[in-house]
Design a protein around this ligand. Structure first.
Ligand SMILES: N[C@@H](CCC(=O)N[C@@H](CS)C(=O)NCC(=O)O)C(=O)O
Length: 224
């Protein structure tokens, strides 16, 4: 929750959903002041701490240098811990963080599919992608059910896991269309009612309403 001493932030990323989306949602849900910049690329690449984006700049409030960090998962966890979207209990937090790591494996499998070198290879890689995606959906569906089927993954309030999961499906069903034109139709039949409910619960959360509408309505896409 933002206070008078809360710093403001700049998210440096491309004008795309991608690895920026969870960060945008966390900054918005935290109700802090933030802006986004889209650097010239690749001219600005050497000026980034790890040569890639996203980068988060936390503006200093006391004259010391700004705090600059990178690596999307690291930025997400830093914001989620700072603004109460991850529990302070390490075990409870680990249960949320592990689903973000599994989703990174699903994204890697998709990148692997895009790198196929023949039709046969493409088929095999699509099948590996489907396998890990289906596992991910099964794990997340169980998490939602175990939490009372309220459309949330853990607890009664918007959590880091909810935000990361929503952003993941947004990339999959909307962002990845530029890489595989039929990805939305490919993924939609695999989604469970629990996942669709989670998407709509996050999308209608009052803390997120503004940003979600700005970056596209996922509920409409998955329910069409
Ligand atoms: N491990 C990094 C990966 C970052 C990454 O792959 N960023 C891509 C955009 S999604 C990028 O900066 N691409 C441009 C480049 O590598 O020059 C993270 O999670 O932040």
């Amino acid at each position: 929750m933002a206070t008078n001493n809360t710093p403001s932030y700049t998210l440096r990323y491309f004008d795309a959903i991608g690895l920026g989306e969870s960060i945008r949602l966390l900054l918005t849900a935290a109700n802090v002041e933030w802006t986004e910049e889209h650097p010239e690329w690749p001219q600005e690449k050497p000026n980034q701490p790890h040569g890639r984006l996203p980068v988060l700049i936390e503006k200093s409030t006391d004259g010391s240098p700004d705090f600059v960090i990178c690596e999307s998962g690291n930025i997400e966890r830093y914001l989620a811990r700072t603004y109460g979207f991850l529990p302070t209990d390490l075990k409870k937090a680990a249960l949320q963080e592990q689903v973000r790591d599994l989703m990174a494996d699903v994204a890697s499998a998709f990148v692997g599919f895009l790198q196929a070198i023949s039709e046969e290879d493409k088929k095999a890689r699509l099948s590996s992608f489907d396998e890990i995606l289906e596992k991910y959906i099964a794990v997340q569906t169980k998490n939602i059910k175990d939490n009372g089927n309220t459309g949330r993954l853990f607890g009664d309030n918007l959590s880091y896991a909810d935000i990361a999961t929503y952003s993941f499906f947004k990339n999959l069903a909307i962002g990845f269309v530029k890489f595989k034109a039929d990805i939305t139709e490919h993924v939609k039949p695999k989604l469970t009612p629990e996942i669709i409910k989670l998407i709509s619960t996050v999308e209608t959360d009052p803390k997120l309403a503004k940003i979600v509408l700005k970056s596209g309505n996922l509920s409409a896409v998955v329910s069409a």
